[in-house]
Design a protein around this ligand. Structure first.
Ligand SMILES: C[S@@+](CC[C@H](N)C(=O)[O-])C[C@H]1O[C@@H](n2cnc3c(N)ncnc32)[C@H](O)[C@@H]1O
Length: 240
């Protein structure tokens, strides 16, 4: 059954504290508010994303009210984090109703309370447009997933279409104020900037929703870096 753990105190910037309060306020109505989007597209995307998540140890970032819990891989040790205690409480009730064994942890994606390489894979849906420092959050995800592990994301992003993209830039301050969501984030680039290898990106909903698959490639050791550098130097000398 679901176990709730409190890891704290969660270190927070002003924006992170604001997001936490916002989701604590929204928790009771969140599922109701999202029902139309869920029926139109989100539910299909969740199934799709989670059908590809494998491994014995799986992390979900920003579990919210637990809408992805039905799709967590059977038999895996699932850990799910969120910033909002009230969203987590809802996720705990859902896990109990589903009979789903998951460790629910109060934590900030930007400071994950897990050791390096703790998970075989990680996933999230619609989270990194809310995280104040998305690259720091994605770097944390990379850190806690083992080498060759998989990272699966479904995210709202800035449209590629220049007119639509510009409109999203203009509307972003209003969107942030109203919902907390940065609607013009380039999350695909942020994934790459965080050192996660991009394996594939699928576009949905006129390109403003992306299904991103990434993986953790082993970083070269200091010795390997030195050897590469020395080989490059030798090649330069040979070329004259
Ligand atoms: C739009 S909701 C999505 C919830 C869920 N993933 C879903 O698809 O229904 C965004 C969630 O991200 C969480 N969140 C936002 N910033 C976070 C952070 N820095 N660390 C952890 N969770 C965060 C919020 O509390 C909220 O539950």
């Amino acid at each position: 059954m679901a176990r709730e753990e409190r890891v704290g105190p969660v270190r927070q910037s002003v924006e992170t504290a604001r997001t936490q309060k916002r989701y604590d306020r929204q928790a009771a109505l969140f599922d109701l508010m999202e029902t139309p989007l869920e029926l139109l597209a989100f539910n299909r995307l969740r199934r799709r994303l989670w059908s590809e998540v494998h491994g014995a140890r799986v992390l979900e970032v920003g579990v919210g009210t637990g809408k992805n819990l039905p799709y967590h891989p059977d038999g895996a040790r699932s850990v799910a984090i969120d910033l909002s205690p009230r969203m987590l409480r809802r996720a705990a009730s859902r896990a109990q109703r589903l009979g789903r064994d998951v460790d629910l942890v109060l934590a900030d994606a930007q400071h994950l309370p897990f050791r390096d390489d703790a998970f075989d894979s990680a996933a999230d849906t619609f989270v990194f447009c809310f995280v104040p420092d998305p690259i720091a959050g994605l770097e944390e995800v990379r850190r806690v997933v083992r080498d060759e592990g998989q990272i699966h994301l479904v995210e709202h992003v800035r449209a590629r279409n220049p007119v639509m993209g510009r409109l999203m830039d203009l509307a972003n301050p209003i969107a942030v104020r109203l919902s907390g969501a940065n609607i013009n984030r380039d999350t695909v680039s942020n994934v790459a900037k965080a050192g996660i290898a991009l394996d594939s990106v699928e576009s949905r909903s006129l390109g403003v929703v992306k299904l991103i698959r990434g993986s953790v490639q082993p970083r070269p050791s200091a010795q390997e870096e030195r050897e590469k550098l020395s080989q490059e130097k030798t090649e330069d000398v040979a070329r004259g």
